[in-house]
Design a protein around this ligand. Structure first.
Ligand code: FAD
Length: 432
């Protein structure tokens, strides 16, 4: 494979970790007994922990690697008010209008929840309602986006605008798209600082975070559970699993239902202010209508472009996925042909067979997962709901509660079919 000089020397770790370095490992003594044991230290786990610790429950978070090792410190930092893979129209066909409206309202509510949380907890993570521009990769997609926006306005009161191709440069310095749609209420944040802030608040609230403490399984023990970890057993009255795209064999029910999908990102070197102003004048989140979806945004300090995508869906060497992403970056912004890439990294998303997130309880173990690449706000929100569920609060209810969680015959966590899906998506983007 040909070397790309602009990728030489790129750090293979998230750009976000420059501002939010990985917390140093501290050997934490494991308690023998806790009220609630939480598996995974991403937003789902931390959000549940904060709600529970503030309600005076003793909480232990077990993390297999370092705190925040998973997607929560690696993502693009977009908080979408439409966080579902299914379109509104498809949701309405499947669930009927009332339930579809509730589902979509809850999507928006998850972003409001993060906004309020960040404010109340004074987490400095650059939360801003930047809005999102979705570029139409074909002229016909522009019309479809316009119809979608109209429906969302009518049914849900979403605030948005269509931007025709002739005016596209006021949103994005490219001729690559055929116009696009703006959704004004979508927000962005710095995911590393957000995770760091949540982690700090959780610890101050009294929860114990034990990193390098992989959970191997949980067995019923009277009214509670014996949880087996690599560092010994812990007795817990309740268990919450927040492992999403990193779910392994410790919880086979979830392993059979969550599909791990790779997503990759790159960050450019700092660009001249005039260039940034020309390429991303509004500082919005950007994505597009392709099936092999790309997403990008300015860094929170407005100096660089961060681009993500799922070029392969499966594990690929970082060099390979970074090359795909950089190729696309240059296709959108030919001016960046000589720009160096300083960071390239990846992480796991959690997909589901019915293309919706899930929150529920199986054999007494509580879980929330399957955010399908839109989990920054949803995982925080559903993590909080899990906390309320354990507390027995009437506010625990969500419209996503305890829905049937489908799997596929013979599927056990190895998504062999993803390479075929990726190839099909590429074909549809080109010819479909
Ligand atoms: C590159 C990338 C870009 C993304 N961009 C966006 C975006 O712009 N907007 C958006 O909304 N979403 C985005 N997402 C998705 C979002 O980051 C996730 O949905 C969200 O962070 C999920 O949080 P979580 O806490 O459920 O899981 P994670 O943050 O993945 O945490 C799961 C944790 O569980 C731990 N774990 C697993 N098994 C065990 C075990 N047995 N014992 C102990 N610990 C265990 C893992 O080590 C991991 O740390 C992106 C994701 C990626 C990877």
């Amino acid at each position: 494979m040909k070397d790309v000089p602009q990728l030489a020397g790129a750090k293979h770790q998230p750009y976000w970790w420059d501002d939010a370095p990985r917390p140093p490992h501290v050997e934490t003594a494991l308690p023998k007994e806790v009220d609630v044991l939480i598996v995974g230290s991403g937003y789902t786990g931390l959000s549940a922990a904060l709600t529970l610790a503030r309600a005076d429950r003793s909480v232990l978070i077990c993390e297999a690697k370092e705190a925040g090792h998973g997607a929560s410190s690696r993502n693009g930092g977009g908080c979408g008010t439409m966080p579902y893979k299914l379109s509104y129209a498809a949701t309405e066909t499947i669930f009927g209008e009332r339930r579809a409206l509730d589902l979509w309202r809850e999507g928006s509510a998850s972003v409001d929840y993060v906004e309020e949380l960040v404010k109340a907890e004074q987490i400095a993570c650059n939360f801003t309602r930047s809005g999102r521009f979705t570029g139409a990769h074909r002229p016909g997609e522009y019309e479809k986006e316009a119809r979608r926006l109209e429906m969302l306005r009518r049914k849900l009161g979403h605030e948005g605008d269509m931007v025709p191709k002739a005016e596209q440069h006021r949103e994005l310095g490219t001729d690559y798209y055929h116009g696009g749609r703006i959704v004004h209420r979508d927000a962005s944040l710095h995911p590393g600082l957000y995770h760091q802030g949540l982690l700090d608040r959780v610890k101050s609230a009294g929860a114990i975070v034990a990193d390098r403490t992989e959970v191997l399984g949980a067995e019923r023990n009277g009214a509670g559970f014996t949880v087996r970890t690599r560092r010994g057993n812990v007795t817990a009255r309740d268990v919450i699993v927040g492992t999403n795209g990193y779910t392994g064999g410790a919880f086979p029910f979830l392993e059979r239902r969550v599909i791990p999908v790779k997503s990759q990102m790159i960050a450019t070197e700092p660009l001249a202010p005039e260039l940034m102003q020309r390429l991303m004048p509004k500082g919005r989140l950007i994505n597009d209508t392709k099936r092999t979806r790309n997403y990008y945004r300015p860094s929170p300090d407005g100096t660089r472009i961060l681009m993500g995508g799922r070029p392969t869906l499966r594990d690929a060497p970082i060099e390979v996925s970074a090359r795909h992403l950089r190729d696309f970056l240059v296709r959108v912004f030919p001016e960046l042909a000589e720009t160096r890439i300083t960071h390239a990294w990846d992480g796991n998303l959690g997909f589901t067979f019915d293309q919706l997130p899930h929150i529920g309880t199986h054999d007494g173990v509580h879980y929330a997962c399957g955010y399908l690449g839109s989990g920054v706000a949803m995982s925080t929100y559903l993590g909080h709901k899990l906390g309320l569920r354990v507390l027995g609060s009437p506010d625990a209810h969500t419209v996503l509660d305890d829905r049937l969680f489908p799997t596929m015959p013979f599927y056990k966590g190895n998504p062999w079919f993803l390479s075929t899906v990726a190839a099909y998506y590429r074909f549809r983007d080109k010819f479909g």
